[in-house]
Design a protein around this ligand. Structure first.
Ligand SMILES: C[S@@+](CC[C@H](N)C(=O)[O-])C[C@H]1O[C@@H](n2cnc3c(N)ncnc32)[C@H](O)[C@@H]1O
Length: 203
């Protein structure tokens, strides 16, 4: 979904792209294929950084894609980008603390599923050049309305560009039931939907 949204963006020659929470590097490599001059791919997991480097090598994009280990946008403080891509962890957790290691870092996102998304909303606006765009994907269960409001408050022009029905897997189904039991969401609000949010810094 994020890759389809990325392909709709017109990248100028020399475009600088950031992929936050790169995982396997698939989105970062797609950005390089789409014409980005440079893509910085960040992940908190050392295994993800190594995987991204390997995948960039196998795809022939070692020059364009640079993978770094770090917390969100911390390795690129002070830089500016034409496009920032993010598919952050967004699964509501039973535990307020985020896992510090292991694969669960890819999905666990605090009680309301917003622990990582909220930090991204606070950091990303300052990284966008005028005309620069953030494309972020997350579950409808994790408050896309709040994401839209936070990014708009930061002065960005925000739209929801895509909504797609994506059936819950076992973890998401269990967490939606947990939220409903505690009255944190209404019955029927547990939409099995992913949304893509596009936020542009005006010139
Ligand atoms: C849902 S996965 C997305 C992977 C990939 N971008 C994709 O779309 O397939 C989220 C990724 O964010 C990473 N991550 C989680 N917390 C992070 C943080 N604080 N800083 C950087 N990366 C983080 C995880 O290690 C994981 O690789």
């Amino acid at each position: 979904m994020l890759i389809s949204a990325l392909r709709r963006e017109r990248l100028s020659p020399g475009a600088e792209v950031l992929d936050v929470g790169t995982g396997t590097g698939a989105v970062a490599i797609a950005a390089a294929r789409h014409g980005a001059a440079h893509v910085i791919a960040i992940d908190t997991s050392a295994a993800a950084v190594l995987t991204t480097r390997l995948n960039a090598l196998l795809s022939g994009y070692t020059r364009a894609v640079r993978a770094s280990r770090g917390d969100l946008t911390e390795p690129v403080t002070g830089l500016r980008f034409d496009l920032v891509l993010a598919n952050p962890p967004y699964v509501p957790s039973a535990d307020i603390r985020l896992p510090r290691r292991g694969t669960a870092r890819a999905w666990e996102a605090g009680i309301d599923g917003r622990a990582v998304i909220d930090r991204l909303c606070a950091k990303v606006p300052a990284l966008l050049r005028p005309g620069g765009v953030l494309l972020a994907v997350h579950s409808a269960l994790s408050g896309p309305v709040i994401t839209v409001a936070r990014l708009a408050e930061a002065g960005l022009d925000v739209t929801v560009t895509d909504r797609r029905f994506v059936p819950f897997g076992p973890v998401m189904r269990e967490r939606a039931a947990w939220l409903e039991m505690r009255g944190l969401i209404e019955r029927g609000q547990e939409k099995e939907e992913l949304v893509v949010i596009r936020a542009e810094r005006p010139y």
